[in-house]
Design a protein around this ligand. Sequence first.
Ligand code: UD1
Length: 418
Amino acid sequence: MGKYIINGKKRLEGEITLQGAKNAALPIMAASVLCGEEVVLHNVPDITDVSIMKKILSSIGCFVKTEGNTLTIDPSNISDSVVSESLVSKMRSSIILLGSVLARTKKAKFSYPGGCDIGLRPIDMHLKGLKDLGAVITEEHGYIIADGKDLHSGNIHLNYPSVGATENLILASVFSKGVTAISNAAKEPEIVDLQYFLNKMGARIYGAGTNTVYIEGIKELHGCEYTIMSDRIVSPTYMCAVNMCGGDVFMRGASLDNIKSPYYKLIESGLDVTAFADGIRVRSDGKVSNLDSIISMPYPGFPTDLQPIFTAMLCLAEGTSIINETVFENRYRFTSQLKRMGADIKIEGRIALIRGVKSLSATRVYSEDLRGGAALTLAALCADGQSVVEDVEYIMRGYEDFHTNLEKIGSDIRYVPF
Ligand code: UD1
């Protein structure tokens, strides 16, 4: 895999444009399968996970065309409802297609997604919900085989507000007669974006962003044009980078609307933030104050996807910080690499105790997952000397133009492909 070679301690200054949201683009692409006509999506991030989703859509018979950040998907000739192991293993979240393929073709066969680098990530709530909606599901030879000819509306209560399960169940319910209610639903902004998109195609969905989502079944959907929301994990990543390195950066297209929890933590840690109609300006003298409590939680709580990024930032804070990772059980693996750079981190179960150090020292570190890899890159940006961050293809799964954006605002970073 490729690497970043980074000479640290450069102040960040300039402007970057914020990308579309990965976690909205993927379910919206999956939702396009429900439609019998062409769909045009704008602001789709150019990242590897989107490329994998395009491959999966093509593999089941969708026509997919890319022009810059605009995707045209024509699902009118879907010919297959089988998603192979080789594609599911490349992207675990391809499981969000299960609901839409099932609702559109009344059958689906998906390879069972395994655990991943941040936890076991079971899909029991997806499968139980689909069964409660009338799907007959069997598991054979590592495949989930679903029969959806008797899909019906119903009342589903999730034991935990799972983002993927909420999305899958919304997608599976779009054509079911009557009203489906999903309670204890995830409230993430990407679910609201999915609702907007589906309703633009003619669906009748209410309540996304609240505890209960209602789906009133309709007969068919029509094509539409839709712009994906901005990414609410990527903007705080760059904000943390500025806080760590010092600087003055304008993020065009960024908004504080969906990032209240990380925003208040960043203010507390010393970052100066000004919101404008067309973006956010962040300024810092490079001094980071400690944060005595970050608890990752479902939205509107602190996002688990930012936990690794904030952990990297707090390695340089003045004082001790405590993080409690409540969403994924194995999301601290990247900290062993931060320790190689001189970070003082103690992990006890789901708690991380981070004692700030004056400086991190440059070395070679290895990415093992998307956000952990981004965290290591931020650490390298303010380390003393030259660092090498290996296996950066993990980072490219979710960050569009990461190194070119960082270079544009003054980082000394070079991407060396394998
Ligand atoms: C989505 C996001 C991911 C983010 C996560 C939590 C996408 C493509 N990915 O992942 O970036 O980190 O939300 O905000 O949108 N769980 C079960 N059984 C299930 C489903 C989930 O036990 O059937 C558990 C998971 O293992 C995890 C927790 O619930 O511990 C939250 O998972 P979930 O909200 O489903 O995350 P994803 O949809 O996989």
